[in-house]
Design a protein around this ligand. Structure first.
Ligand code: CO
Length: 496
């Protein structure tokens, strides 16, 4: 066997361990009985240990170093080696003590966050979070020298992203989107009370499956189950699971979680199966992943054309609650713009203020210009500034998200990047696919899926996010596309 085949074999073994953990995690969120939790945690920790050993073994390191100078490799092989070597070197920067300390602190912080949120008492969480922030600051140093320490964390989710670039991007969000939302706020509001009538659970479930099927989700390579927080996970491109959450008194939850997770799942199902375990078989970044979910959710799912076809299905399913409502009423209801306290239920415009606030806070925390004790006040003043809202309690404020309690600093910006990439990609798709919008109106999204497969999915991680964006649209990420999309859509919706 030659070196490259050896490398593939080792990478696939690491992937086997990771995906086996993913199955256990998926089960934990969906079907595991409560008493299974203790041993499950132990099983996951054992597998994580084995995975880490394999991923940092001397054998793998030697092999990668040898292969990194092998000029006979193809371009794709070279890129795989470069990527794997980078991951290997990053993994090696962590001492076992640091990993253990971090993992212990995270589980303590997570538990204290749950309690603090439940009891609306930030002080129960603050001491653990302080410890965790300190460790994350250390982690930044340990990962090397960056223009800004926060870059090190950002790169774990969005390889190549820079704080300086995000500052420019979010300055655009601030100057353009804030003003635009203010124009909407003074207009008469559209009605959506019918969304909160009675919607039968079983019928919602069936409808969700139908929406997934229509998008092209392959049920031979996946399935849908219920969980308290909707998510997508995969064990290979041939087994990609989605979950949804159904609320009988709110039709929004199922519809948007199905389409959103469906978008993530189509990406995973479209990754090349023959590249299993290799960078060329993996997603590019969380921002690109999110571009796929948001493109389906917002650019397709929240468009008038999409419901021209699908509203009939919806109305036949829920004839009682949707009596007298037409697809235009429905379109207006799903696109109401209104500043609110909770990120996960925000509309597609004010959503980015929630992200902007978290970005500013994380950056300040990591560089040390604010401390954990300052968080509630800082948070509340930002919500007043950007959303004009008074935060009534920490549970509805600084305690609402799970991310920081998991040590996930640098994650939030990928949500906004996802929407902005989605707008840019969708603008390009409209140029390249003849009659795209009229096909969507007819319920035919296959040309769009084929285009995404060709432009995004099949490449795996061959391109970086920036390279991929240039390859698709001819330029780097440009906020203009999102603003153009928002301006066209909401000017019509609100008669601006
Ligand atoms: Co998502």
């Amino acid at each position: 066997m030659n070196n490259y085949s050896n490398y593939k074999g080792m990478m696939r073994k690491i992937a086997d361990i990771q995906y086996a953990s993913a199955v256990l995690n998926w089960d934990q969120e969906t079907f595991m009985p409560p008493k299974g939790a203790t041993f499950r945690a132990q099983q996951l920790s054992t597998l994580a240990g084995i995975g880490h050993e394999l991923a940092t073994s001397k054998e793998l390191g030697d092999l990668l170093n040898t292969l990194s100078t092998d000029v006979s490799l193809s371009e794709k092989e070279k890129r795989n080696i470069k990527q794997s070597l980078k991951n290997y070197n990053d993994n090696k920067k962590y001492t076992t003590e640091f990993v253990q300390e971090l993992s212990k602190t995270i589980s303590e912080t997570f538990q204290s966050w749950q309690k603090a949120k439940e009891e609306n008492n930030f002080s129960l969480y603050a001491p653990n979070l302080e410890k965790l922030v300190k460790l994350k600051r250390e982690e930044c140093k340990l990962l090397g020298t960056f223009a800004h320490p926060y870059d090190a964390l950002l790169n774990q989710y969005e390889p190549g992203a820079k704080t300086a670039d995000l500052e420019i991007l979010f300055a655009d969000v601030r100057s353009q989107l804030v003003a635009f939302v203010k124009k909407i706020a003074v207009k008469p509001q559209n009605k959506d009370s019918f969304m909160y009538l009675q919607y039968n659970k079983t019928k919602q479930w069936e409808l969700g499956l139908e929406l997934l099927k229509q998008m092209g989700y392959d049920f031979e390579a996946g399935r849908q189950d219920a969980s308290s927080h909707p998510f997508t996970t995969n064990f290979s491109s041939q087994d990609v699971r989605v979950t949804t959450r159904i609320n009988e008194k709110d039709l929004n939850e199922m519809i948007w979680s199905c389409i959103h997770e469906g978008g993530h799942a189509l990406y995973e199902q479209g990754l090349p199966a023959e590249e299993y375990g290799l960078p060329s078989g993996e997603y590019v970044s969380l921002g690109i992943h999110e571009s796929q979910s948001r493109l389906w959710e917002n650019n397709v799912g929240r468009s008038l054309g999409y419901w021209k076809n699908n509203f009939k299905l919806l109305q036949n399913t829920f004839s009682e609650s949707l009596k007298g409502i037409n697809f235009e009423d429905f379109y207006k209801a799903m696109n109401i713009v209104k500043p609110s306290l909770i990120r996960t239920s925000a509309d597609e415009l004010t959503y980015h203020f929630h992200v902007l606030i978290r970005f500013e806070i994380e950056k300040a925390l990591i560089e040390g210009s604010i401390e954990v004790k300052d968080l509630p006040n800082y948070w509340n003043s930002k919500y007043k500034e950007y959303l004009g809202l008074d935060v009534p309690s920490d549970s509805k404020g600084v305690l609402q998200d799970i991310h920081w309690s998991h040590g996930s600093f640098g994650y939030f910006p990928t949500y906004s990047l996802g929407s902005f990439y989605a707008a840019q990609f969708f603008a390009q798709a409209k140029k390249e696919i003849k009659g795209l919008e009229s096909e969507i109106e007819k319920g035919n999204t296959k040309p769009l899926l084929d285009w995404l497969r060709e432009k995004v999915h099949r490449h795996g991680k061959f391109y970086s996010a920036e390279e991929l964006c240039i390859a698709i649209s001819g330029e780097k990420l440009n906020f203009k596309y999102f603003m153009d999309y928002a301006a066209a859509k909401y000017t019509a919706l609100y008669n601006l």
